[in-house]
Design a protein around this ligand. Structure first.
Ligand SMILES: [Mg+2]
Length: 241
């Protein structure tokens, strides 16, 4: 549970206004940044590496051959938004063991693809900044260190901090809101996953989609091709409008 100040609602419209009624919405913006394919390009090297490691893990621990393991990994990713969630639900996999085994990067500094202008953009962006990643916290911290942007963030949330309720599940969001003592109307989620933004919008957050897509879902408030455009785009939280 996220805590006594947060309540859930079956009505997605009402949910935003009642999500954390005990916490006032005042104060500056709180930026929640997804990590992979938002702050850096994970598709180039890191995702293929993780995918191979996950497939190998499923082969070893579930006794599957490679095509079956690969298929199961992708099925859970599509169905739950995170392979981890399917493995926890259907196979009682130990999440810490799985995450540790699948996030080993002996050459991480060679794998992170990012724009050097990221640090400057973050420096000029007013407000609290929190990384909100479905990956393990140690991995998120390591990627931030490689990019040299870790001093710009007030907190780094991995899936362990969400108590293994990854985005797009609202429980993970509620854990963060409660622990950081922040009202959702102050939050701006910056994400490449439209599905994760849908939960954020339901909770009352402002949503920024990092995507080149020509089709923009109704719950997306702002769409940018790159996170680097954020500072000059003038994005504001609902609480500051
Ligand atoms: Mg992402």
């Amino acid at each position: 549970m996220a805590g006594p100040s947060c309540t859930s609602s079956a009505n997605p419209v009402a949910e935003g206004s009642t999500a954390c009624s005990a916490l006032p919405p005042g104060g500056g913006p709180v930026w929640l940044f997804d990590l992979d394919n938002t702050l850096h390009n994970a598709s180039a090297h890191i995702f293929p590496h993780i995918n191979r490691a996950m497939t190998a893990y499923l082969m070893t621990h579930l006794g599957l051959d490679e095509p079956a393991a690969n298929q199961l990994r992708m099925d859970y990713w599509k169905r739950y938004g995170a392979t981890l969630l399917g493995l926890m639900r259907h196979h009682q996999i130990d999440p810490r063991h799985f995450l540790d085994a699948t996030h080993q990067f002996p050459e991480l500094h060679r794998m992170v693809v990012f724009d050097r202008a990221l640090g400057q953009m973050l420096r000029h962006l007013p407000g609290r900044k929190i990384v909100f990643s479905n990956g393990p916290q140690a991995y998120a911290q390591a990627v931030l260190r490689v990019m040299g942007v870790h001093p710009h963030f007030d907190a780094v949330w991995g899936v362990e901090q969400m108590r293994f309720h990854p985005k797009p599940l609202s429980r993970g969001f509620r854990h963060l809101l409660h622990a950081q003592r922040v009202h959702p109307a102050r939050c701006i989620l910056v994400e490449d996953s439209a599905e994760n933004l849908r939960t954020a919008k339901r909770l009352g957050m402002t949503t920024v989609w990092i995507s080149p897509s020509l089709r923009r879902p109704a719950w997306v408030d702002h769409q940018l091709r790159s996170v680097l455009q954020l500072a000059r785009h003038g994005v504001r939280s609902h609480a500051s409008r």
